[in-house]
Design a protein around this ligand. Structure first.
Ligand SMILES: [Zn+2]
Length: 403
């Protein structure tokens, strides 16, 4: 070894902080910054990595003649700082510090190599892992007892789709909304909307503060409340909907077997004079026009229904079926706007599963669509129970009370 080969890089190496070493190992994903060689070795032995990996100075640690690039120091005060160090294999370290090659690796070149390497590691590792999500659970009373997805059901369902949920603090990971009372009870709909408003306000707060950037919805409630909930869900936050399936072995997970269902729009001709338009979703069962309220007598009816399937309780088991419905429903609303431009009110009558009801509400846009009255099926007829776009309780004509 000639004297010019002697490298003065050992000086001060002991001063490199552990935090700096760790940061370099992390940013390079444990590979040589120049040749991409894996420094940890194939065997998970600590010894191997110690032998292979070296921390190289860009600007040499001392001013001495043997200190690489120290004469080109363009303002590096702390030579032990992370910015001035590169994690390299022994061979690459030797090459960049060798007097014969040193001109090929001026400080800017090494900085550029380091930056682009670390950027590449960041890019390829950015995605992956489990998606963090917040659970929004809506439950109601069914025959006197609370029906709501349990924390355990939610955690299991989320894990099956590689989501990480219900492991956060109460504030950001689990939003539960209990709807008390029963639809026949006094003030039920107003109180239920208030419960949803309150829960949504908490979710919004968590989204605004950056605690939540993905929401998973698990709801059990009547159609009008689900429409109302859907209308409140913001379009900017990625949201996935789950529903409890009849098959207890499937539980809350989507069962993407078989072919997804498609949907069609059945609509009458244009009518520029129509002031009321009825929007019908017939997914769980047929919606019988004879049970329509007298308020919508003679109004045009736009219906979204399955193609090649009859409406039924198990229609939506494939998640793509839900996406197909949502697409078709949005197209139906656009059709309602263009064919019946004078409409002052839309009337939404749905026999639909939980997730489709939520999607029906999500598609409604204040200031673009007219106010929407949402109906609930009673034993005898469809009854107007709430209005989307209005804070106060709707003026609902009195109807015979359900048993
Ligand atoms: Zn290397």
């Amino acid at each position: 070894m000639s004297s010019s080969d002697v490298r003065d890089t050992a000086v001060n190496r002991g001063r490199i902080k552990d935090a700096v070493r760790n940061a370099l190992w992390a940013r390079t994903a444990g590979r040589c910054t120049i040749c991409n060689r894996r420094l940890l070795g194939d065997q998970r032995t600590y010894l191997h990595s110690v032998l292979l990996a070296e921390l190289a100075h860009n600007i040499g640690a001392t001013d001495g003649d043997g200190s690489p690039r120290s004469k080109q120091n363009d303002g590096v005060d702390d030579t032990e700082a992370e910015e001035n160090l590169l994690l390299l294999c022994h061979d690459c370290h030797k090459i960049i510090d060798n007097p014969d090659h040193i001109d090929f690796f001026p400080p800017e070149k090494l900085r550029e190599i380091k930056e682009s390497f670390e950027r590449r590691v960041e890019m390829v590792t950015e995605n992956g892992g489990l998606t963090r999500t917040a659970a929004l659970r809506i439950g109601c009373l069914i025959r006197g007892s609370l029906a709501m997805a349990s924390r355990r059901e939610v955690a299991e369902t989320l894990l099956a789709v590689n989501y990480l949920g219900l492991v956060e603090t109460q504030r950001s990971g689990d939003f539960a909304c209990r709807i008390n009372g029963s639809p026949g009870g006094r003030g039920f709909w107003e109180a239920a909307q208030q419960s949803i408003d309150d829960t949504i306000a908490q979710v919004r707060q968590a989204v605004e503060s950056g605690d939540v950037d993905h929401i998973s919805v698990f709801a059990i409630a009547s159609v009008p409340l689900l429409v109302y909930l859907g209308w409140h869900l913001d379009d900017k936050t990625p949201t996935r909907l789950f529903q409890k399936h009849r098959d207890q072995f499937v539980g809350w997970s989507w069962n993407d077997q078989g072919n997804p269902v498609d949907f069609e729009i059945v609509a009458p001709e244009d009518d520029a004079s129509a002031e009321d338009v009825v929007l019908v979703c017939a997914l769980t069962s047929e919606v019988t026009h004879s049970a329509f309220p007298s308020a919508v007598d003679g109004a045009p009816v736009i219906e979204v229904r399955p193609i090649e399937h009859s409406p039924g309780p198990n229609l939506l088991s494939h998640e793509q079926s839900l996406a197909n419905f949502a697409d078709r429903w949005r197209a139906a609303l656009a059709m309602a706007e263009s064919r019946f431009p004078s409409a002052k009110r839309w009337h939404l009558i749905a026999s639909a599963p939980v997730t489709a009801s939520i999607e029906a509400g999500r598609a409604l846009v204040r200031d673009i669509h007219p106010p929407v009255t949402v109906y609930e099926r009673t034993d005898v007829a469809y009854e107007a129970v709430l209005e989307v776009y209005e804070q106060q309780a709707p003026q609902v004509p009195s109807q015979p009370r359900r048993r």
